[in-house]
Design a protein around this ligand. Structure first.
Ligand code: ZN
Ligand code: ZN
Length: 182
């Protein structure tokens, strides 16, 4: 059984939806294996699907410093990395790509991302979309998974466009023009 990297107590299996994570019985921190943080985030709020920070893909972009804990799987020191612009520093293992979150860090990440999504303007969505579109062509991820991200951006854009420019959406519908969001 794995031990909590923070307090040394046992880690127990805890379910976040259908995702099995390891939770410390004492300090309630959780250990997420590679990809599980992303899955958990998307499960809790599917609108956050496209706000992804592939730490392991863009390691150089993240300011990282030596973390205070050791990976419970690999037993090597983790690095402390800010997850996106959430202000939450997570402990990340460069070897297995697992992530340790202290109690409340997951809800704090979700809150920060939801805040970010509400703050973004339509033009920022377009910028994101273009960036994502480039990744579809050049990115190492499989085409289908990139495409999934991209189509959710389009859905969000449609929603955003509707909120900011409802008249425009109506007009587009009226003249029955090609609607790229359908
Ligand atoms: Zn603990
Ligand atoms: Zn590890």
């Amino acid at each position: 059984m794995k031990e909590c990297p923070k307090c040394g107590n046992d880690l127990n299996v805890k379910l976040i939806g259908s995702i099995e994570v390891d939770e410390c019985i004492s300090c309630k921190g959780i250990w997420l294996e590679k990809g599980e943080l992303r899955e958990a985030k998307d499960l809790i709020d599917p609108n956050l699907n496209w706000l992804d920070f592939e730490i392991w893909k863009h390691e150089d972009k993240f300011s990282s410093k030596q973390g205070a804990i050791k990976c419970p799987t690999c037993n090597i020191p983790t690095v402390s990395i800010e997850y996106g612009h959430t202000g939450v520093n997570v402990d990340y293992c460069k070897n297995c790509h697992g992530v340790w979150l202290d109690r409340d860090e997951l809800p704090n990440i979700i809150d920060a991302l939801e805040h970010e999504i509400n703050e973004k303007t339509f033009s920022e969505y377009v910028d994101e979309t273009i960036k994502e579109a480039k990744e579809v062509i050049t990115g190492p991820e499989s085409f289908m998974s990139e495409w999934k991200d991209l189509s959710s951006i389009f859905k969000l854009m449609q929603y955003r466009l509707y909120v900011e420019k409802p008249k425009l959406v109506e007009t587009l519908a009226d003249i029955n023009t090609l609607n790229p969001f359908k």
